[in-house]
Design a protein around this ligand. Structure first.
Ligand SMILES: NC(=O)C1=CN([C@@H]2O[C@H](COP(=O)(O)OP(=O)(O)OC[C@H]3O[C@@H](n4cnc5c(N)ncnc54)[C@H](O)[C@@H]3O)[C@@H](O)[C@H]2O)C=CC1
Ligand SMILES: Nc1nc(O)c(N)c(N[C@@H]2O[C@H](COP(=O)(O)O)[C@@H](O)[C@H]2O)n1
Length: 223
């Protein structure tokens, strides 16, 4: 599986404010770039923290891109994947609408009541991991459902876990021209971070969009 991480951050590395409310960091040119990455993906993954904060739809916004996928025998939108140990995704979340297939990666801590409620709301529930979601095991299951190219949109905890599991092949970061600040605001890679064996990146390209810049990296050896 090929895994592409994309996120928008402030100059000081924040994905949103300490209140974890959705923050407009980029603009229309960048949203169009994100739309293209979604259109090339078989599935788009976020953590439940992002679902609870942003209620994203994770769909392709440009109709011509959906049509082109359909003409190529693919679903009009990529599948959606939520990393959600206990199954906290609200049953009326936008990711559970009928615009695309949705997989919920839960752990054994998710009660059967929650699993059943989420299945009744249209999700395909996959159990991977005992306490937290085991992302490697989750990706193995997703591959069995035809996911070869996965886009990870965040947030910071899930992105860090993807790096820690050695799953990431590419990273695109949009750096917006603003400072958010705050020690409790989410950053590109949260969780416990790294104190050794840092993922190393190879800069592949830069592009000016809106009033910011996109940095595109390939992920190299961890050292
Ligand atoms: N600017 C941007 O591009 C984006 C910003 N965001 C922002 O990020 C914030 C949400 O990020 P986070 O709070 O970090 O939440 P997150 O979206 O990374 O989800 C983390 C949650 O996922 C669950 N989880 C289960 N197994 C896990 C595992 N193995 N590794 C990591 N998490 C696991 C846990 O409940 C954990 O709290 C929001 O403020 C949202 O607005 C989110 C996506 C993109
Ligand atoms: N590229 C980008 N720029 C920003 O300024 C952002 N705040 C984000 N956030 C991501 O976009 C998702 C919204 O998706 P939908 O439009 O609802 O499909 C949000 O959840 C973040 O993943 N991205």
């Amino acid at each position: 599986m090929h895994v592409v991480v994309n996120a928008a951050q402030s100059v000081d590395g924040k994905l949103s404010t300490r209140r974890r409310e959705q923050l407009r960091i980029s603009g229309p040119e960048d949203f169009d770039r994100v739309d293209r990455i979604r259109a090339a993906a078989d599935a788009v993954l976020v953590g439940v923290g992002t679902v609870l904060a942003d209620d994203p739809s994770l769909t392709i916004k440009e109709e011509a891109r959906r049509v082109s996928r359909l003409q190529n025998g693919r679903p009009g939108n990529p599948a959606r994947v939520v990393v959600d140990s206990r199954g906290r995704t609200p049953t009326d979340a936008a990711v559970l609408d009928d615009a695309a297939e949705t997989f919920l990666l839960v752990s054994e801590t998710a009660t059967s009541d929650r699993r059943e409620a989420l299945e009744a709301a249209g999700a395909e529930v996959i159990v991977a991991g005992e306490e937290r979601v085991d992302l490697e095991a989750g990706c193995t299951e997703l591959a069995k459902h035809g996911v070869d190219r996965l886009m990870v949109e965040g947030g910071g905890e899930v992105i860090q876990s993807c790096f820690a599991a050695g799953l990431v092949d590419e990273l695109d970061v949009y750096v917006g021209s603003l400072v958010v600040g705050g020690r409790d605001a989410p950053t590109l890679a949260d969780g416990d971070g790294f104190i050794e064996a840092f993922p190393r990146l190879e800069l592949r390209g830069t592009e000016r969009l809106d009033d910011g810049i996109v940095l595109s990296y390939a992920v190299g050896e961890t050292r």
